[in-house]
Design a protein around this ligand. Structure first.
Ligand SMILES: [Ca+2]
Length: 344
């Protein structure tokens, strides 16, 4: 197995070319500005960060990484402070109608339909293999990356290093994902400086975090490697496998639009989406599906804020399974709705 240092050779060459270019431009810039930039860069080097030594120690002692190779790698990693600004503005705090209108539009539906027709055979094969229907996979791919048109332009290692060492509230989570990224790169024999991601370190068409990539991603096109960044076929199989492993129930719809007639709406909202009750329980409390539904069907009560007031659904275990991909009910509902529209 090549060491990390071996793998970086190409990038080091690239880096030297870049440095030469920077130096020649630098000659045009005033000395004072250059001195400021140098000091700033020095202060923000990953390898001089107080959090770095214990991270490195863990990688060396527990995961067999080479100390010098890690230093060499992280010398080439820059903090991306704009990520911390993005993280302080959560997009899903919008009400449902605003979130939905941001996600679901004609352009995304059209791209989804084209993708669905290009990969119709793969979507069928994924359903046969994992029991997960194509419309849900299409919903996830559309919400996550607009069918691969927006996979993220950050380097995964820079995004995750910034969040691991700079985003205190979830530092433990992102430190673990940074570790998983390095192990993933080694397992796949890929230079980590070549893996692109979103600002949060999510990779490829399905936006898998590195730990999910290692656990749930599959080689669905038989190429011999799993490429979520370049293979839509691997992405389709991997999403289906992820949902299956998280308990997807084949043949069960995601849920049913419902109407509430009563005066205590809080009583029909289910806190824990895995705790299902018979539809009859809800209808006795005033929440009824808009389609005929067997009273024994196990469902949860969900409400989201629409333009004209609250909108209700009775959801099955599969709605919960979508929230294992992203905890937000708005996310799950957008995936469900977009998938339906694309598949119509
Ligand atoms: Ca593959």
């Amino acid at each position: 197995m090549p060491t990390i240092a071996d793998i970086y050779l190409t990038d080091k060459t690239q880096l030297m070319i870049t440095l030469k270019a920077v130096r020649s431009i630098g000659a045009l810039v005033s000395g004072a500005l250059l001195m400021f930039s140098a000091t700033f860069a020095q202060a923000n080097r990953v390898t001089s960060d107080p959090a770095y030594p214990s991270f490195k120690q863990d990688m060396v002692a527990n995961h067999g990484f080479n100390s010098a190779a890690l230093d060499e790698l992280f010398e080439q990693v820059d903090y991306k402070t704009n990520i911390l600004e993005i993280m302080s503005r959560p997009g899903e705090s919008k009400p449902w109608y605003a979130y939905r209108d941001m996600i679901i539009n004609q352009n995304r539906i059209n791209l989804g339909r084209r993708f669905a027709s290009d990969y119709a055979d793969t979507l069928r094969r994924a359903e046969q293999t994992y029991g997960v229907p194509g419309d849900v996979i299409l919903g996830i791919l559309g919400v996550e990356t607009v069918y691969g048109t927006n996979k993220g332009s950050f380097l995964a290692i820079e995004a995750l290093t910034t969040l691991a060492f700079g985003f205190e509230r979830r530092s433990e989570f992102f430190t673990n994902e940074l570790k998983e990224l390095l192990i993933l790169s080694r397992e796949m024999n890929i230079n980590p400086l070549r893996i692109k991601s979103s600002y949060a370190g999510a990779i490829g068409y399905p936006q898998f975090m590195p730990s999910s990539y290692r656990k749930w991603a599959v080689d669905f096109d038989g190429s011999g490697e799993i490429s979520l960044n370049n293979s839509p076929v691997d992405a389709i199989g991997s999403i289906a496998n992820y949902l299956k492993q998280h308990g997807w129930q084949p043949g069960v719809p995601v849920g049913y639009p419902a109407t509430y007639r009563g005066s205590n709406p809080d009583s029909v909202i289910t806190e824990d989406l895995t705790q299902l009750r018979p539809a009859q329980f809800f209808s006795l409390s005033g929440l009824t599906a808009n389609v005929p539904l067997n009273p024994d069907t196990l469902v949860a009560g969900v409400m989201l804020e629409d333009n004209s007031g609250p909108a209700y659904w009775l959801t099955t275990y599969n709605y919960h399974v979508i929230t294992t991909y992203n905890r937000s009910r708005k996310y799950a509902s957008a995936v469900w709705r977009l998938g339906q529209l694309v598949s119509q």
